[in-house]
Design a binder for this molecule. Structure first.
Ligand code: G6P
Length: 616
């Protein structure tokens, strides 16, 4: 298989500066608590008596520990890393911590350095020798340069970080300044912990709670220096000191895992802006590889199950509208019957799967491979079966999704499909450069729009859900690309609230579904401004005149829709219709969530369903 694509997104970092005792033993334990963030390789670095000690390897933490014994690393100060997703195979060279040419620093990093190719070329031209294929290693060499020029560790790190574009949570140790760790964050999580016996940092709070309940949450753009006695924080951009207060955390470790949300599903709904933001950083080269395969094929199928299938539906619309590509969306469980005899070497299958393990999807892929087709995939789990079966794959960077009902992985899948369609549209001359630029800009702005939407609609949707939580049945209706959103809204409600719900193309609703409408029947309409709005309003009226209760999701300033809705959920205006599902689905996820909770169900573990369905 060639042209595989995966990049480092999640990962966990942990470290400590202790008054006394073994840093390695504490870091080892901390990393195990972060292992959910990644488990393809891990490593530790400590500083002791003017020397740097590093142990790292590939595999799970326990496996590496059995071989190398992390716990005998000497010293009170150290950093550690557990890694998820890799560029190429996981290997000891690519495992963190990384170091520079002369053993002056060790670095652990979570995030993606977007300009690392360019920085690496510049550093290599100056004679730096790279030992890994990671983006992280450029940080080591940049800090090394600063130290060699006589800068302090803090100043050298700060100057290095200012050269990076992308995201990071990073921590650096050096035998030159042995009793401290310099750490910083931009768009990746990082929290400090203050204990009796020292100061700690971690990618997340739950991994600290066994040590202390005193936490300092760093902000984007903060740099902290920690020592056994305490911490100081300043801004990376200008070195201005800032006060980041110590917070006393009363969460139990289990509550903390949910980030203070009552359920994983709600946490994951609120994580969507960040998940989409991270996902939109997919390197161009992976998208280009996919485009080339698609352009070289005569048939394209989009294949998946459940929520991922709804992403296929929206993706097929995007490919048609933006790139004039005919992509047939088909349920994986139906694929061989419907399309089996149509597959040949010129066929491409684009498979979507959050888990990368869904048996129906894998079966469809295997069948297509046997017939010589090309397989592309989009998944949230690097190293899953689907990544091994695909010619090219791209990872959504949503982080682990624990709630059974898919939320952030769905919107992340849509983000990649939109990027792919835009790129194909430009390459094929379907989109003018200006139109492409405007849509690309709108797509990059989607996380912000999602943020606004989440900030505005939460309480409103909760109150609507409470009123309708015992309705026996719901319709979700729209036209065009938001038929996919309607189907997804209905699926979410069904899955976790157990209320019967159907998603339907609104234009088709007069051919059957309308027969069920009577006084108070809840009909959720997704009404973006755009091409479909006019005809959709006609469908809304058909339902309303027969007594349906109209719950609409529309642009916040759409007074006309507001006027004939019992309940109106406004989302920020101005989003192009072709991108609208990524935002419009959010209130529907919340509706399902709050209805489930109102009915006393556990939305994270709905009855009869599984997160990953490995039977056909
Ligand atoms: C199960 C899950 C759904 C999911 C579907 C497809 O049914 O409960 O939430 O959408 O599988 O899963 P996949 O991992 O392939 O996206």
């Amino acid at each position: 298989m060639s042209a595989k694509g995966a990049y480092q997104g999640l990962c966990g970092i942990f470290g400590c500066t202790l008054i006394n005792g073994s840093a390695a033993i504490i870091i080892h334990e901390g990393l195990k608590k972060l292992e959910y963030r990644g488990y393809d390789s891990a490593g530790l670095a400590t500083v002791h008596e003017g020397k740097l000690y590093v142990k790292k390897g590939k595999g799970k933490i326990d496996e590496i520990h059995r071989l190398l014994n992390f716990d005998d690393l000497p010293g009170h100060v150290g950093i550690g890393h557990t890694r998820w997703a890799t560029h190429g195979a996981p290997s000891p060279q690519n495992a963190h911590p990384h170091s520079d040419c002369h053993g002056l620093v060790a670095v652990v990093h979570n995030g993606i350095i977007e300009n690392f190719h360019q920085l690496k070329e510049e550093l290599e031209a100056k004679g730096h020798v790279f030992k890994s294929r990671t983006d992280t290693e450029v940080i080591c060499h940049l800090v090394e340069e600063g130290l060699e020029e006589g800068l302090s560790l803090k100043e050298a790190v700060k100057r290095a970080l200012l050269k990076l574009s992308g995201s990071f949570a990073v921590a650096v140790v050096s035998p030159l300044e042995p009793d401290k760790i310099v750490c910083a964050r931009k768009e990746c999580p990082l929290v400090l912990g203050l204990g009796e016996n020292g100061t700690f940092f971690s990618s997340d709070l739950p991994a600290l709670l066994w040590l202390t309940n005193k936490a300092v949450f760093l902000y984007d753009g903060d740099l902290a220096v920690i020592s056994p006695q305490g911490y100081s924080v300043e801004r990376i951009e200008n070195g201005e000191p800032v006060d980041r207060a110590v917070e006393l955390v009363s969460w139990s470790p289990e509550q903390a895992e949910k980030g203070g949300f009552p359920h994983f599903m709600l946490k994951e709904i609120y994580e969507q802006p960040q998940a989409v933001r991270n996902t939109l950083r997919a390197p161009r080269s992976y998208l280009e590889n996919m485009c080339s395969v698609i352009e070289g094929s005569s048939k394209l199928y989009l294949v998946a199950c459940g929520t991922s299938y709804h992403a296929c539906l929206a993706g097929s619309y995007m490919l048609s509208r933006l790139a004039a590509i005919d992509a047939k969306p088909i349920l994986a469980s139906e694929f061989s019957e419907w399309c089996g005899n149509l597959i040949d070497e010129k066929t491409t299958l684009l498979a979507l799967s959050q888990s990368g393990e869904t048996a129906d999807t894998l079966d469809a892929i295997k069948m297509a491979l046997e017939k010589g087709a090309k397989v592309l995939s989009i998944t949230n789990v690097m190293g899953s079966s689907i990544t091994r079966l695909s010619h090219v794959y791209i990872g959504t960077q949503a982080g682990p999704e624990v709630g059974v009902a898919a939320t952030k992985t769905f919107t992340s899948q849509l983000a990649i499909l939109a990027q792919l369609s835009l790129m194909l549209g430009l390459r094929r001359g379907i989109l003018e450069a200006e139109e492409h630029r405007a849509l690309q800009e709108a797509l990059l702005n989607v996380p912000k729009v999602m943020d606004f939407c989440l900030g505005n609609v939460g309480q409103l949707v909760k109150s609507i859900a409470l009123r309708y939580a015992y309705a026996p049945s719901f319709y979700f209706l729209s036209r065009g690309i938001n038929v996919a959103t309607a189907l997804e809204g209905a699926l979410k409600l069904k899955e976790i609230s157990y209320i019967h719900a159907e998603g339907y193309p609104a234009g088709e609703s007069k051919h059957g579904p309308i027969a069920l409408i009577e006084e108070g029947f809840p009909c959720v309409f997704i009404v973006p401004k755009g091409e479909v709005r006019g005809r959709l309003l006609g469908n809304v009226m058909e339902m309303k005149t027969r007594g349906a209760s109209i719950i609409s999701v529309a642009e916040e300033d759409d007074e006309e829709v507001k006027a004939f809705s019992q309940d109106f959920i406004g989302v920020p205006s101005g989003l192009p219709e072709v991108l609208s599902p990524i935002v419009y689905v959010v209130p529907l996820q919340l509706l399902a969530y709050y209805a489930a909770v109102a009915r006393g169900n556990d939305p994270d573990k709905p009855r009869n369903l599984a997160k990953s369905v490995t039977v056909t």
